[in-house]
Write a protein that binds this ligand. Structure first.
Ligand code: CTP
Length: 304
């Protein structure tokens, strides 16, 4: 009973918190190592919660292992780090886009892709944590997110809406990081009523969507920084370098679908960055929150 009241109080505090939330969990060994617990911890990290890891040692049950609450000195140093965290992007306005786009075929069906928006949202939250004012343009994802209170979110559906919103926001921004998995093609015509299966085949004529990143590359001024993503399945480096040049980017973040744990849906990612000078940096498999820190660090070296 006491635990139940305590849990409810904790949940009420968490759900109404408008600031950074940190947790220092404590539990018995079997719970601490259970896959569903690890999955939930990773979900909390993706939602922007700072998780202070378990300590290893003797537990209340007598078992020895992971599950002890971090020592007070460790919790203290996490809190100290948070408050002294460099707000190195203060006074910078940064545009981020994320998620898929949906291209309607009729009122019921659409063409889409598997993007969840997790990587872009992690970037937006990291930028905001470092003091930036973030404009996030988010496609139609069903993933529930917690946004830092310096992230202002505009929801869009289609590639055209993604383009229109980003083009309108970009001139007032110091930088843009475009991580959205924008559909490359959209149906040439959309019907107002549901298409009936009156024949055995359905021919869809598709036309190219606007390329937001390439357009921002054209609009970009000397002082603006533009970062794009490349999702590749083959000739990764070569294709990414060619996108970097073609779209006039300062940096491209390469995701390879052939890397285990990277790409759509995962809570982890593995990236390689390539900059205009040809410098290549390869990072290991990390949580998307950690990958966001690496990307924002790269942006920091480029932004004036
Ligand atoms: N992008 C965009 N608008 C599009 C397509 C892509 O802004 N219509 C952006 C993505 O947000 C990403 C980058 O361009 O930052 C690269 O996307 P990707 O899908 O890897 O490449 P494409 O440009 O679609 O090229 P290709 O078909 O050759 O892979």
């Amino acid at each position: 009973m006491a635990n139940g009241i305590c849990d409810n109080l904790l949940l009420a505090t968490y759900f109404s918190a408008k600031n950074q939330v940190a947790i220092a969990p404590a539990m018995d060994l079997d719970m601490a190592e259970h896959p569903s617990l690890l999955r939930n911890i990773s979900q909390l990290e993706n939602d922007g919660v700072q998780v202070i890891p378990f300590a290893h040692g003797e537990l209340a049950s007598g078992l020895v292992g992971n599950g002890r609450m971090a020592e007070p000195e460790i919790i203290h140093s996490f809190i100290e780090d948070y408050f002294s965290a460099t707000k190195d992007l203060q006074k910078k306005k940064i545009l981020v886009n994320a998620g898929p786009t949906h291209e309607p075929i009729d009122p019921v069906r659409y063409i889409g892709n598997r993007s969840t928006g997790k990587m872009g949202v992690a970037i937006a939250n990291e930028l905001a944590k470092r003091g930036a004012d973030v404009a996030l343009v988010l496609g139609p994802t069903s993933t529930a997110f917690q946004f830092h209170n310096h992230v202002s979110v505009t929801r869009v559906q289609t590639a055209q809406e993604m383009r229109d919103t980003c083009v309108a926001l970009f001139p007032s921004c110091n930088a843009a990081i475009l991580s959205a998995a924008v559909a490359d093609f959209t149906p040439k015509t959309k019907t107002d009523t549901k298409i009936k299966k009156t024949s055995n085949t359905l021919d869809l004529e598709l036309v190219k969507t606007p390329d937001t990143l390439a357009e921002l590359g054209q609009l970009k001024t000397e002082s603006q920084v533009l970062i794009g993503f490349a999702l590749e399945t083959d000739n990764e480096l070569e294709n990414a370098k060619s996108k970097l040049e073609r779209k006039k980017l300062d940096l491209i973040v390469l995701n390879s679908l052939s890397d285990a744990g990277a790409g759509f849906g995962h809570n982890t990612n593995k990236i390689t960055t390539i900059d205009k000078t040809g410098e290549i940096c390869t990072f290991g498999l990390k949580s998307k929150t950690q990958v966001a820190v690496d990307i924002v660090n790269k942006l920091k070296t480029l932004i004036k």
